[in-house]
Design a protein around this ligand. Structure first.
Ligand SMILES: Nc1ncnc2c1ncn2[C@@H]1O[C@H](COP(=O)(O)OP(=O)(O)OP(=O)(O)O)[C@@H](O)[C@H]1O
Length: 344
């Protein structure tokens, strides 16, 4: 990836006595999580992780409870101290940053939104949102003006003087989001921010994140254990198991081409037509298909292609990078809905 916002290389976090020896020792680092624990008493929460996050990308880290997601995201700003490896932000290694640089990184470059909101209970919404600006030394008039803008942006206008315990969970998380946005960071890190919210509020907050991302275009790293949340939000999704990356790709990649049985089981309940794109069902152009048949892009999600296919009396052509790559028809769409399509 050219010019990524964050590059993670050979990152390890090993909890336990003598954990720093494990990444360097091939005979120990090759052990399974259970064997490692039995032999050394150590828990490798993040194992040799490598990935890039692009500028403006929504990058989701997903996995079951205990797979290492929170540890990984906390290692990015050293809220948890990594055992070894590199985390490059703007080309600089966070692991080599001094205390001052680290503080600047957390204040200006990467803000975090936490599951349990982390609000200051005795401060108003306005003061919670402006807190980060205050510790950066912004004057009162300036920080309140900026914070009022942000409060409006996250849908809390009118609540400036309320205290956190006067707000619902969803509203408190909007304050958390506002506080992260107030410092205008390049990247926002979300650690399971919505898992304590009930389903309808959660859906609202997901929509809010999508809207804010469209408006502000910030890079986002989002931890969740909920696959539908991951598919809804993520440009790409990294799936972890026992501290390791199992697969990293678009929702389309994960559902269409799972790396192993674990991922296949994970995505087995996903409504395929809502995630897969036309590339998985594109067949060769048939002899009788007219040259002026309707055309859809290969990246179109299958469900979104249904109206065009249903309204056409002939197959629909599929185009990728300016070239016709094949065609789809009603049968190919139906095969996905019925789950009987052949692997591409
Ligand atoms: N401070 C710690 N000391 C020892 N082990 C830890 C510590 N923090 C986390 N772990 C272990 O590291 C592993 C990964 O934990 P982590 O919290 O990162 O997982 P997770 O995927 O975020 O889980 P969840 O979804 O439940 O939050 C777990 O086995 C956990 O017990």
């Amino acid at each position: 990836m050219s010019n990524p916002d964050i590059s993670v290389r050979n990152l390890w976090k090993v909890f336990g006595p003598g954990g720093e020896k494990i990444p360097k020792d091939a005979s120990l680092s090759a052990l399974s999580a259970a064997e490692l624990l039995a032999r050394t008493g150590c828990n490798a929460a993040v194992r040799d992780m490598n990935f890039d996050v692009g500028k403006g990308e929504v990058f989701v880290v997903m996995g079951l409870s205990g797979s290492g997601k929170s540890t990984l995201i906390r290692c990015l700003t050293r809220l948890i101290e990594p055992t070894s490896g590199r985390v490059l932000v703007d080309g600089k290694d966070v692991l080599e940053a001094g205390t001052g640089e680290l503080r600047e990184l957390r204040r200006r470059k990467m803000s975090m939104v936490f599951q349990h909101f982390g609000l200051l209970p005795h401060r108003t919404v306005l003061d919670n949102v402006s807190y980060g600006l205050q510790i950066r030394g912004a004057g009162k008039a300036q920080r309140y003006a900026k914070s009022r803008e942000i409060i409006e942006l996250v849908g809390l206008k009118g609540y400036e003087q309320h205290f956190p315990d006067q707000l619902s969970g969803g509203m408190q998380q909007r304050v958390g989001l506002g506080r992260a946005l107030a410092g205008d960071p390049d990247t926002i890190l979300f650690d399971e921010p919505f898992s304590a919210l009930d389903p309808l509020i959660r859906r609202d907050m997901q929509a809010e994140v999508i809207r804010l991302h469209k408006e502000m275009g910030k890079t986002m790293v989002f931890v969740t254990h909920d696959l539908s949340e991951a598919l809804k939000l993520g440009d790409r999704i990294l799936i972890m198991r026992n501290g390791e990356m199992v697969q990293c790709g678009t929702g389309d990649d994960l559902v269409g081409s799972p790396a192993d049985q674990y991922i296949a089981d994970f995505v087995s309940e996903v409504p395929r037509a809502d995630v897969l794109t036309l590339k998985w069902i594109t067949g060769p152009v048939a002899f009788g298909t007219p040259a002026d048949a309707p055309v859809l892009a290969a990246g179109t999600v299958i469900r979104d292609a249904i109206p065009a296919v249903m309204n056409s009396s002939c197959p629909v052509l599929v185009e990728d990078a300016g070239r016709i790559t094949g065609q789809i028809d009603r049968d190919s769409i139906l095969s996905v809905i019925l789950g009987t399509e052949a692997a591409a």
